[in-house]
Design a protein around this ligand. Sequence first.
Ligand code: NDP
Ligand code: 2IT
Length: 443
Amino acid sequence: MSYVQNQLELLKQKSPGEPEFIQAATEVLTSLEPVIEANPKYEQNGILERVTEPERQIIFRVPWVDDSGKVRVNRGFRVQFNSAIGPYKGGLRLHPSVNLGVIKFLGFEQIFKNSLTGLPIGGGKGGSDFDPKGKSDREVMAFCQSFMTELYRHIGKDVDVPAGDIGTGAREIGYLYGQYKRITGLYEGVLTGKGLPYGGSLVRTEATGYGLLYFTKAMLEKNGHSIQGKTVVISGAGNVAIYAAEKAAQLGAKVVTLSDSTGWVYDPDGIDLKAVKEIKEVNRQRLSVYTQYRPNAQYHQGRGVWSIPCDIALPCATQNELLPEDAKQLIENGCIAVAEGANMPTTIEATQMLQQAGVLFAPGKAANAGGVATSALEMSQNSQRLAWSFEEVDAKLKGIMENIFANADAAAQTYGHAKNYVVGANIAGFVKVADAMLAQGVV
Ligand code: NDP
Ligand code: 2IT
C-alpha cells in the first residue's frame, strides 16, 4: 500500500464519526500522490502524519442566557491546525450542524487555501453549534461574549486570527471584538471582517464572491471562453453568494438563481441584488419573500438550483450540496464550468463526473481563497495602522486570484494532470507548507 493510502487508512481508524474530515483528507491526499512519490523526504519526515493532525484542538462550554431568562449551553471549537507558514487563520462557523469533524475538515482545507494565497497565514477554523437564526441581537451578543470569554486566551494578532464563516458576519465579529478588547485591553487585529470604523478593510465583505469571479474569469479565459453573456446559477444567499452574483453581473453574465436552507428562487430576468441585500443583509428574512419584489420570479421549496440550464454553476452555500445527480443534470444541460465558492460543496463522486465530462472545475480552496486573502490584507493594514482604498485592495485581490489560478494550472501541468485544478491546487498549496515544516524540524 502506498504511503498516501496507508495514511488515509490510519486516519479513518483514528477519526470515527468525522466523515467530512475524512472526505477532505481523501480528496487532498490522493491528489498528492505524484508529489509524494517524487519526494521521499516527505514520507521520511512524517509530513502526512503531521499535516493531518491538528497542532491543537480546543473544545469548550459556551453558557449564555436567552431572552426568557433561561440558561442555554452551546459547544465551542477552535482547531489550530497548522502554523508552519504563519499564525493560524480561518473563520468561525455558527450553525447547528457544527461538530468537531466539520471544523477539522474546514481547518484542514484552510491550511492549503491559505498557502495558495501566497500570504503568511497558517490554517485554523472554529465555531459553535449555536444557531443565530431567530435569535435577538441581545442573545447573539450574549453568546458571542461568552464564546470570546474562553477563546481570548488562545488567540492574538500573531497567534491565531479568526474571522467570519456561515452564520458569522459583521454583527458577530463586532460583539466578539468588543469582548476581546474588554478582557485583554488590547486594540489589535485579532479578528478580521471587522467593521470599517474599527479596523476593518474595504472589500473584505465582497472579497470571497468577487475573488471567486476573478478566478473563474481567469480559468475560462485560459480555456478559450469568455464570461460575458453567460448564464450563471448560484446556490446560497449569504455573504459569498451575494457578492459572487454582484461581480458576475458586473462582468456581463446573467445570474438566474439563489437559494437558502428552505428553498430557492429562479429569476429568468436576472437576480435583483438590491432586493436580495435588503431581504438578507438588512431584514434577515427567508428568500421566499423575493417574489414580493419580483413577480416574474419563481420560488420553490427544497433544493433545485442545479436543474436550471446554465453555462456556469457556482455552489456558494455549504458542504456536499452538489451531488452526483446534480452533476449529471449540469452536464446534460451543457454547463461548461463549476467553481466552488463554498468549502467542499461538491462531493468527490460529483467532482469526478464533472471533470470526466470536460467541465472546467475550480476547487474551493483555490476559488474561494479571496476571502481569507483579503483578511490577510486586513491584518497588514492593522499592523501598519493604515487603511487602503477600495481600489487598492480590490486590485491586490484580483492579482492574488489570478496568481492562484496560474500556480494551480502550472502545478497540474508539471505533475501530468493538465487542467485538473483539484490536483494543481492541492499540490501548489501543499508544497510550500511541507517545505516550511521540513525546514523547521520535528515540531
Ligand atoms: P452565510 O451564513 O452568509 O450564508 C450561507 C448561505 O448558505 C445562506 O444562504 C444559508 O441559508 C445557506 N446554507 C447554509 N447552510 C446550509 C445548509 N446546511 N443547507 C442549505 N443551505 C445552507 O455564509 P457564507 O456565505 O459566508 O458562507 C458560505 C460558504 O462559503 C461556506 O461553505 C463557507 O465556509 C464558505 N466560505 C466563506 C467565506 C467568507 O469569507 N465568508 C470564505 C470562503 C469560503 P440560510 O440563511 O437559510 O441558513
Ligand atoms: O473559509 C474561509 O476561507 C473563510 N471563512 C474566511 C476565513 C478568513 O480568515 O477570512
